[in-house]
Design a protein around this ligand. Structure first.
Ligand code: 5RP
Length: 229
């Protein structure tokens, strides 16, 4: 029986383990970034102790995840050496009831979008606090080339958002993150396309064109599986 009042950390462990069911034996798996993904990586490490052929390797979306995978003896392949992946497992800062997400709280959004694009299936792992009706309460991360940061901030302010550069953060690609609050994102796919056109924007943290196929949501009642069209 499920213990009551699981911590957020326990819910993350639950979904991190559950994600293993989506990884085909002997495959190469796409791995996202964040504290929930850390639990998935730990589960992969445990599975490999029992079956060293459980996976043949991983494609990672960040230096952080690469280090954790390699520490567990998991081979990390360069993204450019892989043409497709069966599954990409990653967390989210927010996910709506259609599988659209806000991502980038860990500043890894660009590489996450690249690796996710290789995968047939995006499995989002998240605790239930991440499920929302409308994206935009979590500050929207946008990766921006540094010289464009001020003008991107002004452009968001014209849309009614408040944006600022995340202090002390440089992405794995050498850019800055602009975090935007005050926007309710009603048409995520359109919004993603529009913001991606702005000069200096590398990646906007709305994942609507690469949305989740499945979300494994950690709840007090166990793992709830949401399947999206
Ligand atoms: C990193 C991300 C993460 O998936 C997102 O921030 C969720 O992280 P966590 O699992 O730690 O809550 O997009 O860029």
């Amino acid at each position: 029986m499920m213990t009551q009042y699981m911590t957020q950390d326990e819910l993350k462990t639950l979904v991190g383990r559950a994600a293993l069911d989506y990884v085909t034996v002997g495959s190469i798996v796409g791995v996202g970034t964040g504290s929930t993904v850390d639990k998935f990586i730990d589960a992969l490490g445990d599975a490999l102790k029992v079956d060293p052929g459980r996976i043949t390797g991983a494609v990672s979306s960040s230096v952080r995840s690469t280090l954790r995978l390699e520490a567990l003896g998991i081979k990390v392949l360069p993204c450019e050496s892989v043409s497709s992946l069966g599954v990409y497992i990653d967390g989210a800062d927010e996910i709506d009831h259609d599988g659209n997400m806000i991502k980038g709280g860990g500043a890894a959004l660009t590489r996450e979008k690249i690796v996710a694009d290789l995968a047939e299936k995006f499995v989002c792992i998240a605790d239930e606090s991440k499920l929302v009706s409308l994206l935009g309460t979590f500050p929207l991360p946008v990766e921006v080339i540094p010289m464009a940061a001020a003008q991107v901030i002004r452009a968001f302010s014209k849309l009614g958002g408040q944006a600022k550069v995340r202090e002390g953060v440089t992405t794995d690609n050498g850019n800055v993150i602009v975090d935007v609050t005050g926007l309710g994102i009603e048409k995520p796919a359109q919004f993603e396309s529009d913001i991606n056109q702005w000069p200096g924007v590398v990646t906007v943290g709305v994942f609507a064109r690469n949305k989740a196929s499945v979300c494994l949501l950690g709840t007090e009642q166990g793992v709830k599986t949401l399947i999206f069209k």
